[in-house]
Design a protein around this ligand. Structure first.
Ligand code: CAA
Length: 393
């Protein structure tokens, strides 16, 4: 009996685990080595409903809660993070953003295709000179009456090459600062949209990260998400949810590395006994397990807060910060437990160690999470689901 996951959530967890083991593990090393996009694997994920978990059935999704989505993200991230980052961007940044803030027409036009995986979406915020300082958008969306003309370059775009649509964050009225920014849906086949070379990355190498260029792209006004000038707040709001997905990814990476280390520690003998009978290895396993359990509580709690319509910005920033840090430590220790075998591709654990690093960088670096957390903490906001008078200010 699990103390707080429902029977349905436990079922999703175990079904995803089986899927990841059977469908994603084969070929994961080769896809990573060759930067080969997991097209078939993502199609299979779409067929099974993973690409629209947070989308309501009326828009073609499976309408799951955030905690179920987190459990699925965690299991997939134990095995293949090029697949899980695609799933995270699709669910958290693209589809959830459209579902929460776009017009009914846009929801009906895009969500069914995104949910089935027939179409992949990308979120275009970062620019060559605006990553963390997201208000400094150089990409422009000039208001031409019934349409916008979009110009600019976006960098580090996950799903950039294979996307059928982009949510582009662009400046319409520079004088208004962040209140002059809009979020606009641009179809990938619109005239003037081009993509750059695939980035040659340290980890998540099969995920298609590239720059996306917009040159005099004409976009109908109806493609704007929300009111005029809502784009920056839109980006902040979806990123708060997105950070739960990346925290779940980091948790999965740590969990995957730990499981590999544990298995190896039973099989490998040194000085006449299994290496986990030596305190040097046993204590490493103890530290790894403790860190994973702590991160799990934070990640699940941030999902629970979101599912219960409670403020979760602070909790998701904390969960991402902590889970991505422990993913670094746990994967490094898991490689150490494997010794020389940990350093070669065949044992998978070095790939997880390389994948871990990006979780401290994308969807807001660890330093950005600390800005969010400290600003809230200084205001006395801890968002604990306890009685007001018990919250320490
Ligand atoms: N929800 C709603 N509104 C929010 C908000 C939130 N979570 N956070 C900020 N805002 C609002 C503020 O209230 C403020 O509005 P008003 O002026 O009307 O009061 C406005 O937005 C500006 O806020 P700040 O003054 O706090 O803005 P700032 O310039 O100090 O920056 C920041 C805040 C947190 C540092 C922000 O710039 C940020 O999050 N930067 C990181 C961006 C990021 O995460 N990039 C990742 C790229 S996407 C990616 O990686 C996807 C991928 O492909 C995997």
């Amino acid at each position: 009996m699990n103390f707080f996951l429902s029977e349905e959530q436990l079922m999703i967890q175990s079904a995803t685990r089986d899927f990841a083991q059977n469908e994603l593990l084969p070929g994961a090393i080769e896809r990573d080595r060759d930067k080969k996009h997991p097209t078939e694997q993502i199609k299979a994920m779409g067929d099974l409903g993973f690409m629209g978990m947070l989308v309501k059935p009326e828009y073609g999704g499976t309408g799951m809660d955030t905690l179920s989505y987190v459990l699925a993200m965690e299991e997939i991230s134990k095995i293949d993070n090029s697949c899980s980052v695609c799933m995270s961007v699709q669910n958290s940044l693209v589809s959830s953003g459209i579902q929460a803030y776009a017009s009914e027409e846009l929801k009906h036009k895009y969500l069914p295709k995104l949910s089935s995986g027939e179409m992949i979406g990308a979120f275009c915020l970062s620019e060559p000179e605006a990553g963390s300082d997201a208000t400094m958008q150089r990409t422009t969306a000039v208001d031409e009456g019934d349409h916008y003309i979009v110009n600019g370059t976006k960098n580090w775009i996950t799903n950039g090459k294979y996307a059928g649509m982009y949510i582009v964050i662009a400046q319409t009225d520079a004088e208004k600062g962040h209140r002059g920014i809009n979020a606009i849906i641009v179809d990938a086949d619109a005239e003037g949209v081009t993509t750059g070379e695939l980035e040659d990355k340290m980890g998540i190498r099969a995920s298609d990260t590239c720059s996306v260029m917009f040159q005099d792209v004409k976009v109908p006004k109806e493609n704007r998400i929300g009111e005029d000038g809502f784009g920056f707040k839109f980006a902040m709001k979806v990123l708060s949810g997105g950070r739960i997905g990346i925290a779940a990814q980091a948790l999965g990476i740590a969990g995957g590395a730990y499981e590999l280390a544990l298995k190896y520690s039973h099989e490998r003998e040194a000085f006449g006994k299994a290496i986990n009978k030596h305190q040097a290895v046993a204590f490493k396993l103890a530290d790894m397990a403790t860190q994973i359990e702590a991160a799990k509580m934070m990640v699940y709690r941030s999902a629970w807060l979101k599912d219960n319509n409670m403020p979760y910005d602070q909790a998701s920033a904390m969960a991402k910060l902590f889970a991505s840090d422990i993913a670094q430590t746990v994967t490094t220790e898991a490689v150490q437990v494997h010794g020389g075998y940990g350093y070669v591709r065949e044992y998978h654990v070095e790939r997880l160690m390389r994948d871990a690093k990006i979780t401290q960088i994308y969807e807001g670096t660890s330093e950005i999470q600390k800005i969010v957390i400290s600003r809230n903490a200084i205001k006395g906001k801890l968002y604990l689901p306890v009685k007001e008078e018990l919250v320490t200010t």
